[in-house]
Design a protein around this ligand. Structure first.
Ligand SMILES: C[S@@+](CC[C@H](N)C(=O)[O-])C[C@H]1O[C@@H](n2cnc3c(N)ncnc32)[C@H](O)[C@@H]1O
Length: 214
C-alpha cells in the first residue's frame, strides 16, 4: 500500500521504527562547540539530539513533519525541544543556528526540487560559517536494490527511488547529486560508508560535514 502523503507513513511507524545511522560525535565536537545552537531537521524521535544532550550540548532544537515522531521523542526523552513542521518552510529567522543536522531525511524526499527547496531553507537559517552535517543513503548495485530501482524508475522519473510494501517512498542517491546539493559549502569531510537501514538491510551511504559559505 503506497501512502501518497508520506507524513502519514512516518506517523504510522513512529512507535515501531528505530533509526540507526551513526553519529560521528568526535568529528562533530571538533567543529561545533557545546554552547552552539543546533537544529536537527527531520529529527524523528530525537535520538541524535538526546545523544548530543548526553555529551553536554544543551542548546538543542528538533523539527519534524510527523506529529507522532515528535510526540514519541518528547515522551521518550523528556526535556528535548522538539516541534512539528507544519509548512514547507523552516519556521526560523535567517542565520539562526550554528549547526544543522540532516540525518536520513533526503532519503524520504523523492523529488530533486523538493530536496533543493529544503537545502535552501537550511542554508537560510544556518549562520555564515555554520556547520551542516548530513548522512544519507547512496545507490546500491546488488540484485534486490537494482530490481526495485528499475521497477519504480518510470513512475518517479528517477533511478534510485522505490516503494516499500509498508507504504514508504524512499530514495537512494547518486553521489554526484549529493555533491551538487552541497556544492555551496566548504567541505570538511565526505565519507562513503555502509549503513544498516531501519529495516535491518545493508545499504551504501555517506556522511558529510561542511561549512556554510554565504
Ligand atoms: C529515517 S527518519 C530519520 C529520523 C532522524 N533524523 C534520525 O536519524 O533518527 C526520517 C525522518 O524525517 C522526517 N521527514 C521526512 N520528510 C520530511 C520533511 N520534508 N520535513 C520534515 N521532516 C521530514 C520523517 O517524519 C522521519 O521522522
Amino acid at each position: 500500500m503506497l501512502i501518497e502523503n508520506q507524513k502519514e507513513y512516518w506517523d504510522r511507524v513512529a512507535i515501531d521504527k528505530n533509526f540507526t545511522t551513526p553519529f560521528q560525535i568526535e568529528l562533530f565536537s571538533q567543529v561545533v562547540d557545546k554552547e552552539d545552537k543546533i537544529l536537527d531537521v527531520g529529527c524523528g524521535y530525537g535520538r541524535t539530539l538526546n545523544e548530543l544532550y548526553l555529551q553536554g550540548f544543551k542548546n538543542l532544537f528538533g523539527i519534524d513533519f510527523s506529529e507522532k515522531m515528535v510526540k514519541r521523542g518528547t515522551e521518550q526523552f523528556s526535556g528535548l525541544n522538539l516541534c512539528v513542521k507544519r509548512g514547507k518552510n523552516l519556521p526560523y529567522e535567517d542565520n539562526s543556528f550554528d549547526s544543522i543536522i540532516l540525518f536520513a531525511v533526503l532519503t524520504c524526499i523523492a523529488k530533486d526540487e523538493e530536496q533543493v527547496f529544503l537545502m535552501k531553507e537550511i542554508k537560510r537559517v544556518l549562520k555564515p560559517k555554520g556547520i551542516l552535517y548530513i548522512n544519507d543513503f547512496l545507490l546500491n548495485t546488488d540484485e534486490r536494490n537494482e530490481k526495485r530501482y528499475k521497477i519504480y524508475e518510470n513512475k518517479y522519473k528517477k533511478y534510485g527511488v522505490f516503494e516499500l510494501p509498508e507504504g514508504a517512498v524512499l530514495r537512494h542517491h547518486d553521489i554526484k547529486w549529493i555533491k551538487e546539493i552541497i556544492s555551496d559549502y566548504n567541505d570538511i569531510k565526505l565519507e562513503t560508508v555502509t549503513y544498516t537501514t531501519m529495516n535491518g538491510n545493508k545499504s551504501n551511504g555517506f556522511y558529510y560535514l561542511g561549512k556554510n559559505i554565504k
